[in-house]
Design a protein around this ligand. Structure first.
Ligand code: ADP
Ligand code: MG
Ligand code: ZN
Length: 630
């Protein structure tokens, strides 16, 4: 409060002084006694002055023939408040002229005409002080005041400087032990750790080390974690900045920030600069929907300049992370930049278990918890999801006042994270429920009949999340890297099962199957265009990976490398596959109509069927469950 008052007073003070100063500037000697310099010299030459005073800025001549005293008194009274220079000048017996800088002629002239002259310095010093230093001082005061007013955390204060965040984190306690799995990535990064902890050992022999390492992988796989672990292992400072932070609203700020970051980093070498979301700055230049982004390009260019501009021997390692390497400007990936790429992929079964174990250390587990089973039930999940599963399980356990986290909490947590929160209260009418039940029963039955490798784990007609009204959860029995043609066809069949069932039972189809259909079509398309499984197109792949670099302004792929005729053939083949499969699936479901209806009825009654309940129905009808599939 007191401080505020002080500020206000200061504010007024500055205003008043500024006003006085301005007034002073505009009222400087401009009066009738002012004559041109040429005339002044003329007058000196003709000996008109009895005395001449030279100040720094002015030449003041006292005329020999003095006029009436009263007049000059009057003038002097008016000007009593002005400085001595001014009052001198405004006296009527004097004539004033602005002095030319260092005019040697003037002194010569005065000497020649034997005019009495003197040089005045005192006043000019005061004047110069008043007119040069004071404004500067005021300007400075005003400046700091304005910025103080804007607040210490405001954008104005940080203009062009790195945000507080870009300060180095110096004592990261993370090590490779805090990253479960990712053994290959760790192995590659270990070289960097060795270099950072002992740079001399490597550079002594003239070896060249990578400057830039790009971590590539889906979100949540531990890229940030790994880079911090590298810093922690090597015990070096860690500069962490996100690509999006570079791209500011003012053009040039991002580039300035990059410059500043590198200056700081070089001063702290050996160290690590980590640029998260590199794609935010590193997108290929001139590809944006609006014909490029000036600021981003400037920032990117500055980054390239900085990366080229230092020797890897200084010990600054630049790590970056992205989940969209294909969008990066190729210039970033050239030698001497991010030429080393480390894949940080989705964890497999063993790794998932390891990650779960790592995070479960922090919670109290009951003996019934089997993390291997949890890992089996979470294919496709990444480290961040699994950390979330453990946390969610612990929360569920706490909510039910359990002494420890049980297996059922883990199961619920997995489900919750897999399918979104249950929305039991959501009302769907009876008919809708019928449709959903038969739809899901169709998926499940086809999956069972086809001995699908993806075992039916759970069928539910409890609406979840936003769009899904029901779901059939199939989990792969193992992590798969290859699929046969038959397996792909099975996948299509299972996806079509829902709509086929609806059409058999109700003679009509609903909109609920659109996602199934698009996924099935996508599989069929890949079969034809990528895997060479089509009939007419044979074993050739006809479609390139879509690459952002080849996108035109409208975002459409212009990299198509096949003809219209081929395109037509592709469409034809996809249509044939889909039609054939649908006919087959409908026939199969019609044949097993009794079972289909029983599954649907049970679903309507229980809302959720688990693995065992589902198998029971199948066994009762003499169908061996998918568990017996080879
Ligand atoms: P990314 O940067 O790849 O998006 P993060 O490094 O931010 O992923 O991971 C987010 C969180 O997920 C981490 O803080 C960690 O808790 C967890 N996590 C991810 N991967 C792993 C892993 N391999 N081991 C242990 N925890 C992991
Ligand atoms: Mg990250
Ligand atoms: Zn469906």
């Amino acid at each position: 409060m007191k401080n505020q008052k002080y500020k206000t007073i200061l504010n007024y003070l500055i205003l008043v002084i500024s006003a006085l100063l301005l007034w002073g500037i505009f009222t400087t000697p401009v009066d009738q006694n002012q004559i041109p310099y040429s005339e002044m010299k003329q007058k000196i030459r003709s000996g008109a002055f009895s005395k001449v005073k030279l100040t720094e800025k002015l030449v003041v001549g006292e005329l020999k023939d003095t006029r009436t005293k009263g007049q000059s008194d009057k003038v002097e009274k008016e000007d009593s408040q002005k400085s001595k220079v001014q009052s001198l000048a405004s006296s009527s017996k004097t004539l004033v002229s602005t002095r030319l800088d260092n005019d040697p002629e003037l002194i010569k002239l005065l000497d020649e005409t034997a005019t009495q002259y003197e040089v005045e310095t005192k006043n000019t010093m005061l004047a110069s002080l008043l007119y040069t230093i004071l404004p500067l001082l005021l300007f400075f005061m005003f400046w700091t005041f304005a910025f103080r007013k804007a607040g210490p955390g405001s954008e104005m204060m940080r203009f062009g400087k790195s945000k507080g965040k870009v300060k180095a984190e110096s004592d990261l306690k993370l090590t490779f032990d805090d990253v479960a799995g990712q053994d290959e990535a760790k192995e590659e990064l270990n070289e960097i750790v060795e270099f950072l902890s002992e740079p001399e050992r490597f550079t002594r022999l003239g070896g060249k080390l990578p400057k830039g390492i790009l971590l590539v992988g889906p979100p949540g796989t531990g890229k940030t974690l790994l880079s911090k672990a590298v810093a922690g292992e090597a015990k070096v400072p860690f500069f962490h900045i996100s690509g999006s932070e570079f791209v500011e609203m003012f053009v040039g700020v991002g580039a300035a920030r990059v410059r500043d970051l590198f200056i700081q980093a070089k001063a702290k070498a050996p160290c690590i600069i980590f640029i998260d979301e590199l794609d935010a700055v590193g997108k290929a230049r001139g590809v944006g929907a609006f014909g490029g982004h000036d600021e981003r390009e400037q920032t990117l260019n500055q980054l390239l300049v900085e990366m080229d501009g230092f020797d890897s021997k200084v010990g600054v390692i630049i790590m970056a992370a992205t989940n969209r390497p294909e969008t990066l400007d190729p210039a970033l990936l050239r030698a001497g930049r991010f030429d080393r790429q480390v894949l940080v992929g989705r964890p497999d079964l063993k790794e998932r278990e390891a990650i779960l174990e790592l995070h479960a250390k922090k919670v109290k587990l009951d003996n019934d918890v089997n993390l291997e089973t949890v890992a089996k039930g979470t294919p496709g999940m990444v480290g961040a999801d699994l950390a979330n599963v453990v946390n969610e399980a612990a929360l569920l356990a706490a909510r039910s006042n359990a002494q420890a986290v049980h297996m059922k909490h883990f199961n619920d947590a997995v489900e919750r994270i897999l399918a979104g929160l249950e929305k039991k209260k959501r009302v769907i009418n009876k008919h809708e429920k019928q449709i959903v039940a038969h739809h899901e029963a169709g998926h499940a039955l086809i999956a069972a009949l086809k001995n699908s490798t993806d075992k039916v784990h759970k069928i539910s007609i409890v609406p979840r999340g936003v769009g899904a009204l029901g779901y059939t959860l199939q989990l792969p029995t193992e992590d798969r890297y290859l699929m046969t043609k038959q397996e792909l066809l099975n996948k299509i069949d299972v996806l079509l099962g829902g709509q086929a069932s609806e059409s058999i039972i109700f003679g009509d189809i609903s909109t609920g199957a659109s996602d199934d259909l698009s996924r099935a079509t996508e599989i069929a398309r890949s079969m034809v265009t990528q895997y060479g499984m089509g009939k007419t197109l044979g074993p050739a792949t006809v479609e390139r990976e879509r690459n952002a670099l080849y996108m035109d302004q409208s975002g459409a792929s212009i990299g198509k490398n096949f003809s219209e005729e081929t395109a037509r053939q592709i469409d034809e083949e996809i249509k044939t596959i889909m039609k054939d499969r649908m006919t087959m699936v409908k026939a199969l479901l019609t044949e097993k109509l009794v079972i289909l209806k029983e599954i649907a009825t049970t679903l309507l009654e229980k809302e959720v069927l688990d693995d065992e309940q589902f198998q029971a129905i199948l066994t009762r009808h003499g169908i061996l469950g998918s568990s017996s599939a080879a």
